[in-house]
Design a protein around this ligand. Sequence first.
Ligand code: SF4
Length: 371
Amino acid sequence: MNEELKNQLQNTDVPRFQADLIGWFEKEMRDLPWRENQDPYKVWVSEIMLQQTRVDTVIPYFNRFMEQFPTVQALAEAPEEKVLKAWEGLGYYSRARNLQAAVREVHENYAGVVPDTPEAISSLKGVGPYTAGAVLSIAYNRPEPAVDGNVMRVLSRILSIWDDIAKPSTRKTFEQAVRHLISKDNPSYFNQAMMELGAIVCTPTSPSCLLCPVQDHCEAFRQGTQRELPVKTKKKSSKVIELLTAIVQNEKGEVLVTQRPEQGLLANLWEFPSFEKLPESETAQQTVQFLDSDFYVKAEVKDTEWMKQDHVFTHLVWKMNVVTAESINPQISLPEKTEWASLDRIHELAMPVSHRKIANEWIKRHKERDK
Ligand code: SF4
């Protein structure tokens, strides 16, 4: 910890800071389904869902997930396909896969009880320092830091920390600060209050300082630098890939779908055949060649620009141009993990959000046409 931060922490009236923060949280906390009790399994699932996803989006997913997998045992024993389907639309599917792998380990090695020590919980798949700290503090009342981007933003302002929060090493500085500030009597509320403050008061672009319960303790507010903090260097811009995505129908009205590989991006999810568009090459011709070489399907293209859809990943953007086609050799045998799917089957499959949007549009237009 650098001298400046040490001084700043020494100048902070820690008991009053804790009382102001926790007192505000007790009055203002939002009513969220994972706050109904301190069940560590529920806290864990909610924290994984909340990574990169907004609270309003997560609530209905969380409720449905808990209806389907209410316990460690239920999730451990569920088929992966069902878990991915329940996760569909939340994105970042490796979170769901890692969660289930870790829950299986808890079921097998910890008698279904989420471990309550930093060492044990951190050894579980997909459980990083933030999730470990969140579960240990919120569910088990352990004074462990739970530092994510929100907490770094809030603390960088309160303590006037100018380290670059985009650097992984900076998290340690914030963890040390939280260890100094955290309430030993109520670490659960302390950490939740920090997260809540970041979500509804100390927001990224327009912090509501005049309504802030810890304004008296905030160095950035005192200096008028709250809009300059946190320091965060810009990420490199995302790589853009142009894809052609084919909706190929057979004579029964079924559509060609294929499962992605077991490893890597969007592993095991189902999608419509997609391939990178070659510059300079003609869309219809390229689609026909790809379907023939990769799926043994001879096809006739119907519409070369049926729909456009983007899929934005952290470092990558797919720009998808959807092409429709009809197969003209119905009796062929398809490659592995590829099938002709009826509309009902398409409903059941776990798909990436971009392909799900395309599927929904396809189904909608079908229904309109059949009216
Ligand atoms: Fe954030 Fe403003 Fe509160 Fe400081 S006073 S913690 S900048 S909302």
